[in-house]
Design a protein around this ligand. Structure first.
Ligand SMILES: Cc1ncc(COP(=O)(O)O)c(C=O)c1O
Length: 382
């Protein structure tokens, strides 16, 4: 197979790209939503072509090849032996987040999340008529974030049924280690909470000293209360194919989740399965070529901040292609609009439950484009 040119940035205008359409009539470089600008892996493109050539696009149920691709992936990357009937297939994990809130307890119960966090973690409890309990992550001396253990103990209530974990964490880039996750599991056991572990970013580890700890590797007691969310869509940039899944080993939790899905979640589309199978069975060479580009981009961001923008703070990012930047030192009245007016579109940290002044910079694109984005920020703050 040919290699992907990660310096090439395809024109995505007029493709309905959520990322690009937002600014289609403005001179604004979109560096917001978590969607990368790279061409997909050639193996994935070829398998999708073959699926098109088949010519019949009927309702598609989880078929053996898709199930085996996931089960093999779980064994290989998550050291987890799962069964096909423990998988719940979904068009996306945003639906999953809303469904898991509806499955946990009753209306009026509570769901706990850390902030800042990917915005649907904050809206899903509310949309599901659950109370939302938040606990802020705290920054350690080395610039990485962790759980506020005392804060979480103080915040949890008897009506809390579910904790939703983001690991690796969007937006602070943390890969929680085994000790932290063991503590979290003890906490969830003590308060009898389900743990929904969203691990969608787990194959995007940038710090080579760090390894992802899948929640299911904590053993049977984790398996008994966990719902794990996964998808090939972040790593291989396939979110438009709408295919994700939950792994739910406990049959009672699985039944509650499936009940919440009834009448709402039907079949995943046929291209979603084809993309996932290709990604999990043939995508690794592409991922291994793509990760150094993201690492280079992160180095460029760190260097630029330290040399040119020392007042902009960023945590030590261990994973994801989303840089979490703190511009509070500049006291901008409307930080997103300020940067849009100066040519760059960033995600608003307030949507993630952070104070005004935090912005998220998506570096899932060519290094040249990251440089362009950084130049725009430097000029805007000059
Ligand atoms: C932590 C996390 N979960 C879920 C999603 C969205 O998943 P999906 O596209 O499958 O709805 C994202 C997208 O950025 C994410 O960062």
């Amino acid at each position: 197979m040919q290699h992907t040119d990660f310096t090439h940035t395809p024109d995505r205008n007029h493709t309905g790209s959520l990322k690009w359409q937002k600014y289609q009539d403005r001179e604004v470089l979109p560096m917001w939503v978590a969607d990368m600008d790279f061409l997909s892996a050639p193996e994935i493109i070829q398998d999708l072509r073959d699926r098109v050539d088949h010519g019949v696009f009927g309702y598609t149920v989880p078929y053996t090849e898709a199930q085996n691709a996931v089960l093999d992936y779980l064994k290989r990357e998550h050291h987890t032996v799962a069964q096909a009937d423990q998988l719940c297939w979904l068009p996306g994990l945003v639906q999953g987040l809303n469904l898991v809130c509806r499955a946990a307890g009753q209306e009026g119960d509570a769901v706990m999340v850390n902030t800042p966090v990917y915005p649907p973690f904050l809206s899903a409890p509310v949309f599901s008529n659950r109370k939302r309990i938040t606990s802020e992550l705290v920054e350690m001396e080395d610039g990485r974030y962790t759980f506020d253990r005392e804060g979480m103990e103080a915040a949890v209530t008897p009506e809390t049924q579910l904790f939703i974990l983001c690991n690796p964490h969007n937006p602070v880039g943390r890969v929680f280690d085994r000790d932290e996750l063991e503590w979290l599991l003890d906490f969830c056991e003590k308060h009898d909470l389900w743990i929904c572990s969203d691990e969608i970013h787990c194959d995007l580890i940038l710090d080579e000293q760090v390894t992802h700890t899948p929640i299911l590797t904590l053993g049977e007691r984790a398996a008994q209360r966990s719902i794990v969310f996964l998808s090939a869509s972040k790593t291989y940039n396939l979110p438009g194919l709408a295919c994700a899944y939950a792994v739910i080993p406990n049959p009672e939790i699985r039944a509650a989740f499936q009940k919440a899905c009834r009448g709402i979640i039907t079949e995943v589309n046929c291209f979603g399965y084809a993309g996932l199978i290709a990604a999990y069975t043939k995508g690794e060479p592409w991922r291994q070529e793509m990760l150094p580009v993201l690492r280079e981009n992160l180095r460029l961001i760190e260097k630029t901040l330290s040399e040119k923008l020392p007042k902009v703070k960023m945590p030590k990012m261990e994973a994801t292609y989303l840089a979490w930047m703190d511009f509070r030192a500049y006291s901008l009245e409307n930080p997103v609009a300020y940067f849009e007016e100066r040519g760059i579109g960033l995600s608003n940290g307030m949507d993630f439950g952070a104070p005004k002044g935090f912005l998220r910079f998506n570096f899932g694109c060519s290094t040249e484009r990251v440089q362009q984005g950084l130049d725009l920020i430097c000029d805007a703050l000059a």
